[in-house]
Design a binder for this molecule. Sequence first.
Ligand code: GDP
Ligand code: GDP
Length: 436
Amino acid sequence: MLPVVALVGRPNVGKSTLFNVLTRTRDALVHDLPGVTRDRHYGVCRLAAAPFVVVDTGGLVDHAEGIESQTARQAGFAIDEADVVLLTVDARDGLLPTDRAILDRLRRASKPMLLIVNKVDGLDEHGALAEFAALGVASALPVSAAHGRGVTPLLVALEALLPKAEIDPLAVLPDEGIRVAIVGRPNAGKSTLVNRLLGEERVIASDVPGTTRDSIRIALERDGKRYTLIDTAGIRRRARIEDAVEKFSVIKALQSVDAAHVTVLMLDAREGVADQDTALIGHVLESGRALVIAVNKWDGMDKYQREQCVASLSRKLEFATWARQVFISALHGSGIGELMKAVNRAYASANHKFTSSELTRALEAAYQGYQPPLVRGHSPKLKYAHPGGSNPPTIIIHGSRTKHIAEGYRRYLENFFRKRYRLEGTPIRIEFRDSE
Ligand code: GDP
Ligand code: GDP
């Protein structure tokens, strides 16, 4: 399970600025894709050796009308869920009573914590830190979130406090089969789907409690294939969980996506695609995981509604056309076979093994078909390709002036390889190297 880091502090100290720095993806492409939404409160930081979830609790209390409001309570939940809290203060404002009040609250929760003294740009760092020494927090770090300064020491300090990941998330454990995360907004039909899958099939080992939190993995065998459904704890106990906690299904969803081989994103056909859904697909893309989209509650929709739904999906999910959309009724059981076939296919595609000679031939064919546009009279040359790993399938292309290759051409190559190898349900990563 990805560890969780919560950003806490007064308004305007720079929490959301720091959140953006931490969750900015190395693969800038993903967030520039039209249609991908960013979740402003939850993200995954991939800048350190091991990824972790970042929660901006400031975002959560934005509309709070008092400390007892629902949103303030949610920030409380975020702190409870966190492995480490980053208490952020403003070096320009100095130490204020509210900083102390927040610290008292954190101390009661007795969470590992770092004090982030932000906005030190243009200030004397030692002086800035000294002012906050009165708080008595051992580890204070000077940071300028706006200028991206102090971020590396912050990551190093965090790594020391975060629980160590026990296993490679993509290692296949014996008997586990394909790990499938079923995620989606409340009421999309996740529990109905899980119950249908379990009800229909022989359950070979139910409710294996995970090592951390209440992650539960359910083993499932279907048509002779093994699967492990991930983190369905929240799903099964939902009836007893308060509404506010439901919000934290976002954290669970991020953790589940990371732990799974294939993510099934469930949508309610009547509700369509919301920002939360496209944000989640963005995370799937960033983590390079396989994805299947299950459009649920297909029963009882008339022809007109179905057409509207399909049109809206193709518009909103244009950036993820590689993910198969399967229309199902978890309640009545229709489309479930097709859904599991799509899961198998996505898993197989994500683990596709290329050979260098095949890839180079494919590259030549692609290059013959359409060459990268000239840059100042020279065209980038593509020479040969070799595999760079799976999950997601990665293709490394050697050539010259490859930094001039435009995004459009990269996408052309991606589509070309996707068609040629019939890869479905997985992102494909293409990396260019200049071999001068
Ligand atoms: P939040 O309310 O805690 O999320 O704070 P924001 O991230 O929205 O930042 C509040 C203001 O402080 C914005 O105008 C930021 O541009 C500014 N800010 C954030 N980080 C820094 C920093 O490192 N240095 C300076 N000088 N300004 C910053
Ligand atoms: P979850 O919050 O994602 O776990 O959603 P649930 O599985 O609890 O389902 C929410 C509601 O949608 C329940 O009332 C279900 O009976 C209903 N539901 C789930 N799947 C379907 C479906 O395929 N068709 C219809 N008509 N209703 C469904």
